[in-house]
Design a protein around this ligand. Structure first.
Ligand SMILES: Cc1ncc(COP(=O)(O)O)c(C=O)c1O
Length: 469
């Protein structure tokens, strides 16, 4: 028996015990544990390609790349695993105030991918990467304009930027923030960019792209001297797979340049091929000042994130040696884990060599084309997507666009799982509007697997129609 089979066998032998210990001790992410009183909690033991296997040996096509859209290169990538093991043998760790070879090579690789953003700061989660971006923006302006207090951060309704308190304050998903206040002040919301539910009740293209123009009014209201940055997901993920129109980001950029406001692009989900480009921002013609990345950076084989910036931002922090306060006084212990950088480098090599960005674009288009006709059904409001990033907005009533209640989305996700396919849905995001089914499979997905994913979506959506009509 090989090592994987051995491992799986030992997990299977203990499955009752593992379930018992799970129920007794675990406190899982974003989970209401009451549900495990009536049903057994899932436990996954192995993965290969686009498939994962549970403790009972059942296999699933993972339409969510690890549940939260992050195992971009798929499971069992030997090169990433070997790179991690090799680096751990060389040196596992030294504080992030000292470099190691994989960190240097990763920074150079990211700078090659994003030549306008050549300075690379490493940490270990998407939340942290965004916190660093906020701290950099605030300190940048305090160093540049000592008399001013340019510190406010504008964020967008429906966008998500993480779970720690400052990024939660910058999160446009009320159900993620409710109950955790008081949150830090200085965060201001702007409207979302979802045409299907236009905040202004208008229709593209005669809308003047008011959702982007709104930024100017908000900056003026808050006072341009007080606003440091705007943070945006290029294509909104958990808020319902929202793809702004082409004109959107150039308008955001024009406004930001006018008032000297930094643009932070949160590429934590979009980055590394998810949307059919290496970075989601690259679908648009504009020039962000800071970018954050995490999940797909090392395909989540290791926890690693990066905050990358323009050189002029970095240069503002070049203090004289006698200046004890004028540099970036931030630290993140696990930002010094060298194997994360080694994993990220191997992962990016795989993405490039296997042209996974092109596969994401191709398979994504195929998935979208296969499902677009579902819009003819009474409870399918819109089928939208970019690359391997799909959202199906479900409605109760097509005319009013009233969202379909969550219980039906939960039912479809469960039906898909019973069919051997993991799909997703909006979870604890916009009150009353968690009504988008989602898919974001590994970028290595084959045509046959994409077909299977599409068939399952069709099956569960058609079944729902039979049951509720
Ligand atoms: C767009 C976006 N930004 C940031 C984060 C936070 O990343 P993490 O969970 O690694 O802190 C997430 C997590 O889902 C995300 O979707």
């Amino acid at each position: 028996m090989n090592r994987t089979a051995n491992w799986e066998a030992s997990c299977r032998m203990d499955s009752d015990e593992l379930v018992r210990l799970h129920r007794e001790h675990l406190w899982l992410h974003l989970t209401n544990h009451k549900s495990f009183e009536a049903q057994e909690p899932p436990i996954y033991v192995s993965g290969n390609g686009s498939m994962v296997k549970d403790i009972h040996g059942r296999e699933y096509l993972d339409g969510l790349s690890g549940g939260v859209w992050c195992v971009n290169a798929g499971y069992g990538q030997k090169r990433i695993i070997d790179a991690i093991a090799e680096q751990l043998k060389q040196i596992p760790y030294y504080a992030g105030s000292v470099a190691n070879p994989p960190y240097i090579r990763l920074a150079a690789k990211l700078a090659e991918l994003l030549p306008e953003l050549p300075k690379v700061y490493i940490a270990n989660s998407g939340s942290e990467a965004n916190e660093k971006a906020f701290k950099m923006s605030r300190q940048y302006f305090r160093l540049k304009y000592p008399g001013k207090d340019k510190y406010k951060i504008i964020y967008r309704h429906r966008d998500y930027h993480g779970s720690t308190l400052a990024v939660l304050a910058a999160t446009g998903q009320f159900e993620r923030k409710a109950g955790y206040g008081p949150l830090p002040e200085g965060f201001v919301e702007m409207p979302h960019a979802l045409c299907y539910r236009c905040h202004f009740g208008k229709t593209y293209p005669s809308c003047n792209i008011d959702c982007a123009q709104a930024l100017e009014t908000i900056i003026q209201q808050e006072g341009p001297d007080n606003v440091a940055a705007v943070i945006l997901e290029p294509i909104t993920a958990g808020g319902g797979i929202i793809i702004p129109v082409d004109e959107y980001y150039p308008i955001i950029q024009e406004i930001c340049r006018k008032y000297e406001v930094l643009i932070i692009m949160d590429e934590v989900v979009n980055g590394f091929g998810r949307t059919g480009k290496m970075f989601g921002s690259q679908h648009y013609s504009f020039d962000p000042d800071i970018m954050t990345m995490a999940k797909g950076l090392a395909s989540s084989y290791m926890p690693i994130s990066a905050t990358v910036t323009k050189k002029y931002i970095f240069d503002q922090f070049l203090a004289e040696p006698t200046d004890t306060m004028g540099y970036f006084r931030d630290i993140s212990t696990f930002g010094g884990c060298a194997a994360g950088c080694a994993a990220a480098l191997a992962n990016i090599n795989i993405i490039e060599e296997q042209d996974l960005v092109a596969n994401s674009a191709k398979m994504g288009e195929y998935l979208l084309d296969s499902l677009k006709d579902l819009e003819e059904l009474p409870h399918v409001g819109q089928v939208r997507g970019k690359g391997l990033f799909l959202g199906i907005e479900m409605v109760e009533d097509k005319k009013t666009k009233a969202p379909l209640p969550e219980k039906y989305l939960a039912m479809m996700v469960a039906d898909a799982k019973a069919d051997g396919v993991i799909i997703g849905r909006m979870v604890r995001s916009v009150p009353g509007s968690n009504n988008v089914l989602t898919a974001a499979p590994p970028l290595i997905i084959s045509k046959e697997e994409t077909e299977r994913l599409a068939n399952t979506f069709r099956k569960v959506i058609e079944k729902l129609h039979k049951e509720i009509n």
